[in-house]
Design a protein around this ligand. Structure first.
Ligand code: SF4
Length: 267
C-alpha cells in the first residue's frame, strides 16, 4: 500500500497530514489502513510529520462546533449511508484557483463527501469548471467517479452541514482556521473565488483584512495579501432558479478568473 501511495502522490504534495483517526475517513475514499501513512483530503497522503500538531490543519473528525456535530449525529441516524462528517476540500493540491462555497448541502456534499456534489448547487459549478478547462468532466457524481480538477480546488467556509444551510457566526469563526490554512498554501497571486457573501467574508477574515475595506459584490475583484479575491453570487438552486445568477453571469466570472490567472502584469 505504501508503495502504491508513493506512486500516486508526488513528494511535493506530502504535506497535509492528519491524525491516525483519519484512517476511518481514508477508508471511505478507498484507501486502506497502512502503518506509515495517514489520510489527507482524499487525494494527498504522506509520512507523519510535525503538522500533526497544527491546529489549523483540517481534521476530518473535528467536533469543535457542538451544534453542528450533534446535528450530524442526528442526520446520520436518519441517513446511515450519508457521509455526515466535515467535508474535506477537493481538487488539485497545487491549484492557483481556490473556490470557496458556504457549507455542505444536506443531500449534496453531506451525502457524498465531496463539495458541491450530489445536489443542484454543483450542476452549474462543474459544468462551468469543465467549460473553462478546470474539470475533466462536466458532472460530479461521487467521490469515486474519476472526476479530476486541474489547477482548481474547491472548499467550503464551513466544513460541516449546518441546519437550514445557516451556520452561526461562532461556527464560521471556528472553521475559519481551516480556511486560513488552505489560503496560506496558495502561491502568490492565486485567485480565490468566493461564492456568496458569507464565503467572501470568511476569506477576508481568514486573511486578517478589514471587512469594511472589501465589500462583497458580484464580479468584484479585490487584491489582498498577495491574492486576488473574486466574488460571485452563490450557484444555489434559489439563485439560479430566480435568475439572480444566470449561466452567462457565472461564465463571465470564470472568464475573469482565467484572465486573472493568466495576467502577466501581476505575476
Ligand atoms: S464546522 Fe468546522 S470547526 Fe465546526 S465542527 Fe465542523 S469542521 Fe470543526
Amino acid at each position: 500500500m505504501r508503495s502504491e501511495l508513493r506512486r500516486l502522490c508526488r513528494p511535493s504534495l506530502w504535506t497535509r497530514i492528519y491524525d491516525s483517526d483519519s484512517f476511518a475517513a481514508a477508508s471511505r475514499h478507498g484507501f486502506e489502513r497502512g502503518p506509515a501513512f495517514i489520510f489527507c483530503e482524499a487525494t494527498v497522503c504522506g509520512p507523519v510529520d510535525m503538522e500533526l500538531s497544527s491546529p489549523n490543519v483540517f481534521n476530518p473528525h473535528c467536533r469543535s462546533c457542538p451544534r453542528l456535530a450533534n446535528f450530524l449525529d442526528e442526520v446520520r441516524c436518519h441517513h446511515p449511508d450519508y457521509y455526515c462528517a466535515p467535508v474535506p476540500a477537493f481538487g488539485d493540491p497545487a491549484a492557483r484557483l481556490l473556490i470557496v462555497g458556504l457549507a455542505p448541502g444536506m443531500h449534496g456534499a453531506n451525502r457524498t463527501g465531496r463539495p458541491f456534489t450530489g445536489d443542484h448547487a454543483g450542476i452549474l459549478l462543474y459544468q462551468t469548471l469543465y467549460k473553462f478547462g478546470f474539470a475533466s468532466t462536466a458532472k460530479s457524481r461521487s467521490v469515486d467517479d474519476g472526476l479530476a480538477l486541474t489547477g482548481c480546488r474547491i472548499t467550503n467556509a464551513v466544513k460541516c452541514l449546518p441546519p437550514g444551510n445557516k451556520p452561526v457566526a461562532d461556527e464560521i469563526a471556528k472553521c475559519n482556521s481551516y480556511l486560513r490554512y488552505e489560503l496560506s498554501s496558495l502561491s502568490k497571486h492565486s485567485v480565490v473565488l468566493a461564492l456568496g457573501g458569507i464565503a467572501h467574508r470568511a476569506v477576508v477574515r481568514a486573511l486578517a483584512a478589514r471587512q469594511v475595506d472589501f465589500a462583497f459584490a458580484h464580479a468584484a475583484v479585490h487584491e489582498l495579501e498577495g491574492l486576488r479575491l473574486l466574488d460571485s453570487y452563490h450557484c444555489s438552486r434559489y439563485n439560479t432558479n430566480t435568475g439572480r445568477l444566470t449561466t452567462s453571469m457565472f461564465e463571465a466570472v470564470f472568464a475573469m478568473a482565467r484572465e486573472l490567472l493568466n495576467d502577466p502584469i501581476d505575476q
